[in-house]
Ligand binder design. Structure first.
Ligand SMILES: [Zn+2]
Length: 140
């Protein structure tokens, strides 16, 4: 994989994150992915009313994560001559949107980071799934 492709993938990720794909309808407590490119693990910012943060609650969150490209099987190339896969542009991974039901324990405070093992997608083809992080923001 060349560095220019990685760069392109990073740029695409930032564009996708800035698009804020879930504006309809505006659900309370749902926010977009942390666009901070320095954070390699996908992070969802979840705003909660103080009462729910204290009592515990459930939320369905939507998150865009990377998954191995099904066309090239994560290799980034197709065919015997190593043609660049057009579905993933040679990255080996594509962005997919997933819905997750998360159970939030009681007593959450602002800034708490919850980890969901193995739900962060596959940032690099062939590697183990990353963990997904949920950053709790308690509404004042
Ligand atoms: Zn592919």
């Amino acid at each position: 994989m060349s560095s220019s492709l990685e760069e392109l993938t990073n740029i695409l990720d930032r564009v996708l994150a800035s698009l804020d794909p879930w504006t309809d309808p505006p659900r309370p407590g749902l926010s977009s992915i942390d666009p901070n490119p320095a954070e390699s693990s996908p992070t969802v910012v979840l705003a909660l009313p103080r009462s729910e943060a204290l009592a515990g609650t459930q939320r369905v969150i939507r998150v865009t994560v990377k998954a191995a490209c099904t066309r090239c099987g994560g290799s980034g190339t197709v065919g015997g001559r190593g043609r660049t896969c057009r579905r993933c542009n040679g990255a080996g991974t594509v962005a997919v949107e997933r819905q997750l039901r998360v159970r939030l324990p009681p007593g959450l405070s602002d800034g708490t980071k919850l980890r969901i093992d193995g739900e962060g997608g596959v940032p690099t083809a062939g590697e183990a799934p990353a963990d997904l992080f949920i950053l709790i923001q308690v509404e004042p």
